[in-house]
Write a protein of this length. Structure first.
Length: 103
């Protein structure tokens, strides 16, 4: 019986999470979501640098010898992480300074 109760609680939690996600999605501005190709192009133009820090989007370190992309404010992210971020936002994930790109 305890197993059924824990499954029921997990299901309820999942439903609550989905409803909050739907509420958030329904209140987003119409221009939320930059073209994926636009964010990839913007990231491709950013300088690639070697960093000992961690990417604050995924919280993982950079592989040895593989650089990250430096945004105009100086913060460094994995190319895929910052590209995904920029498809929805036009600012640095850490300091929120504007990252131009026509959004």
């Amino acid at each position: 019986m305890a197993n059924v109760s824990s499954q029921s609680n997990a299901f309820s939690t999942c439903l609550i999470d989905v409803s909050f996600d739907m509420d958030e999605a329904l209140t987003l501005p119409p221009n939320f979501g930059r073209q994926v190709s636009e964010s990839h192009s913007l990231v491709a133009d950013m300088p690639t640098v070697i960093s000992d820090d961690v990417c604050s989007v995924c919280m993982e370190g950079f592989q040895s010898g593989v650089g990250g992309k430096r945004v105009p404010c100086g913060h460094v992210y994995h190319a895929g992480c910052i590209s995904s971020w920029l498809s929805n936002y036009n600012s640095c994930p850490l300091c929120r300074s504007n990252i131009s790109g026509g959004k």
